[in-house]
Unconditional design. Structure first.
Length: 252
């Protein structure tokens, strides 16, 4: 385990452009925009700072009103990781700084999960990235391409991520468990700068899984196995209503 106190920052990439739920980061949840709810959850973690990274002046204004640190970034970033890399450049973060990427549509994310992904990277100094997986209990998820699976080596590092059922169980009598990947990451700042110079990788393009670019280029990804999956994030209007009710806002 890491001997020094855990130090990391959280960056929340947020943009207004969403095809399934327009203006999603500013959707009201109990009187506060969703991105503010996410930031408040992140602030309950051990993070030394929490920063929203956006290309939207409206989101920046909402952050200012709620005293959440925010940085305006380029509108041209193809991924949230590229946006976080710009934050690392703007802040001139030292190479070994740990940066946790919390998605802006996760208003119910457990703060302890944020701590765990950061601690996992701190405990694996040879890895550039850490992420989280959970045991699959519902057999239907194994064949569901929307549930991303991951296979680990004995050191707890990712061998491969796939939308396909991996590992494929040839003998049904074989005792095998499957892991579902959860989309939270921690990065070392030096990897973020390297990532922006990497070309998309063939398996990444085939699977539409950004993390395969790192594996393709030889970067190691440590994986924490959580005891249970966190509450689902917000992708649709139905998801938004569910979160509103969980947080006690029944006025849709």
């Amino acid at each position: 385990m890491s001997q020094s106190p855990l130090e990391f920052l959280v960056v929340i990439p947020a943009r207004l452009g969403s095809t399934r739920l327009p203006r999603k980061p500013l959707a009201d949840i109990g009187g506060k925009p969703m991105v503010i709810r996410v930031a408040e959850r992140a602030k309950a973690s051990l993070a030394q700072s929490v920063i929203v990274a956006t290309d939207s002046p409206e989101i920046a204004q909402a952050c200012q009103e709620h005293r959440i640190e925010c940085l305006l970034t380029s509108a041209d970033h193809p991924t949230g990781t590229d946006r976080i890399a710009e934050v690392a450049r703007l802040l001139k973060l030292p190479p070994q700084t740990l940066v946790v990427n919390v998605q802006g549509d996760e208003p119910l994310i457990p703060p302890e999960l944020i701590n765990q992904v950061a601690q996992t990277l701190a405990d694996h100094p040879a890895c550039a990235i850490s992420t989280v997986a959970v045991q699959i209990c519902d057999p239907a998820e194994i064949d569901n391409p929307n549930a991303v699976k991951v296979v680990l080596n004995k050191a707890g590092e990712a061998l491969y991520f796939s939308r396909a059922p991996i590992p494929f169980v040839r003998d049904p009598n074989t005792s095998t468990s499957h892991l579902r990947h959860l989309g939270i990451y921690a990065y070392r700042a030096e990897f973020l700068q390297a990532y922006t110079r990497l070309d998309p990788a063939p398996p990444e393009q085939a699977e539409a899984l950004e993390q395969l670019r790192a594996l393709w280029n030889g970067y190691r990804i440590a994986v924490h196995i959580a005891l249970k999956a966190p509450p689902a994030g917000v992708d649709t209007a139905e998801d938004l209503e569910r979160v509103r009710q969980i947080l006690g806002d029944f006025s849709a």
